[in-house]
Write a protein that binds this ligand. Structure first.
Ligand SMILES: NC(=O)c1ccc[n+]([C@@H]2O[C@H](COP(=O)([O-])OP(=O)(O)OC[C@H]3O[C@@H](n4cnc5c(N)ncnc54)[C@H](O)[C@@H]3O)[C@@H](O)[C@H]2O)c1
Length: 367
């Protein structure tokens, strides 16, 4: 394998997030190049390859893993496949960028981390909020002492529900909105506060709007207590109309900052006729909308992929790792348990035999 030059990347998956990966590498081209894509549905990887000039297409990711020049793969497949794909990739000697949430269970998280370590490859966790420019600015100010001692960090992400059917099927997703987007907020608070020990988790959730479609929760509120007397609040919804909303609030004894990811990078716009695209998950472009510019850049995706490629070359140390993903996974377990009992759950919390985190809250009928 080449140890210099651009890192050769293979993308696994060819739809929503795979497109973001391909577009991100296409925005920042100096560190990496996508040389292959693998995804099972005939026509889908071919279409992605055509849009981004990716030379090789596979329908079985294991065939792509056999390509000796590929150094790093990105995993943009449904959650239930993350562990299996990561372990196969590591055994094939590839560095792995795995999408959020890391996997379905803590046993899978352990196996992913252990396999990558034994194979001498990096396991990088694709939490783009660690790279989101507006949120990075908030953290830089906090780290400089702008707000004094932090006592409360909030992150919230809401929209009207995901685009693909598998998200709604908890057998394949592992849970509803808390699993899908709560994982971002948990990781964010943990990272923002400097990765202190998480002491307890209290969570409330319910299915308010999409009960006919899913056993998963479509709204959740989670409170995390951190060592050092600080609290994280993570709010998520698949029931919120009007497109994506993503925001943070940071409070310290000496100050505060607010950041709304989509406002300030958006143009308040009114159109009688509509136009092509406004913002992720916006249902339409007629009437009042808030189209964003440089959307992927504002999320931090290109910066994240560039960082991961630089890690493969040894130029940077991974800032988002499998271990971060495992911490998030444990909080997901604790959150679902807390939602069932109505009580705070103390960490460490490692119940055995969990198949899907959501089962701790709402077991499948017949389980
Ligand atoms: N970081 C973020 O903000 C963000 C946003 C969206 C999705 N995601 C994550 O990315 C992952 C993919 O989500 P998505 O929205 O792209 O879903 P999607 O349904 O749009 O795409 C899933 C892709 O995986 C492919 N796939 C299915 N089985 C496969 C297999 N055996 N081998 C290879 N590919 C296979 C599908 O064919 C499809 O191309 C999920 O884990 C999701 O949580 C992250």
């Amino acid at each position: 394998m080449a140890a210099t030059g651009k890192v050769k990347v293979g993308i696994i998956g060819s739809q929503f997030e795979a497109e973001i990966h391909a577009a991100s590498f296409a925005i920042m081209t100096e560190e990496a190049e996508v040389v292959a894509v693998a995804s099972p549905t005939a026509g889908h990887p071919e279409a992605l390859a055509k849009r981004y000039g990716i030379p090789r297409v596979f329908h079985d990711y294991r065939q792509m893993l056999a390509q000796s020049d590929i150094e790093m793969v990105t995993v943009a497949a449904p959650n239930y496949l993350h562990a299996q794909i990561t372990i196969h990739a590591a055994k094939a000697g590839k560095h792995v960028v795995c999408e959020k949430p890391l996997c379905m269970t803590l046993e899978e998280a352990d196996a992913m981390i252990d396999t990558c370590r034994r194979q001498g490859v990096l396991l990088m966790y694709a939490e783009e909020l660690f790279f989101t420019p507006k949120y990075v600015k908030a953290k830089e100010m906090a780290d400089e002492g702008a707000f004094g001692r932090l006592y409360l960090v909030k992150q919230s992400e809401k929209h009207f529900g995901p685009h693909a059917e598998w998200f709604w099927n908890v057998e394949r997703s592992g849970g509803g909105v808390f699993m899908d987007m709560g994982c971002h907020g948990i990781a964010f608070c943990y990272w923002f506060l400097g990765r202190p020990q998480i002491q307890s988790v209290l969570c409330h959730m319910g299915t308010y709007v999409h009960g006919a479609r899913t056993r998963g929760e479509d709204d959740s509120i989670c409170i995390l207590e951190f060592a050092g007397n600080a609290v994280g609040v993570v709010e998520n919804s698949w029931a919120r109309r009007g497109g994506m909303d993503d925001r943070i609030e940071v409070y310290g004894e000496g100050g505060l900052t607010y950041a709304n990811l989509h406002m300030g990078n958006a143009l308040p716009t009114y159109s009688e006729y509509g136009f092509g695209y406004a913002v992720e998950k916006a249902p339409e472009t007629k009437g009042w909308t808030y189209p964003v510019f440089e959307e992927l850049w504002n999320y931090g995706f290109p910066q994240e992929m560039r960082h991961f490629a630089r890690c493969v070359r040894g130029k940077e140390e991974p800032q988002a790792t499998g271990e971060d993903g495992r911490v998030v996974q444990e909080v997901l377990y604790a959150g679902y348990e807390s939602a069932r009992t109505g009580c705070k759950v103390a960490l460490p919390f490692r119940p055995k035999g969990v198949q899907r985190p959501i089962d701790l809250w709402r077991p499948a009928a017949g389980d």
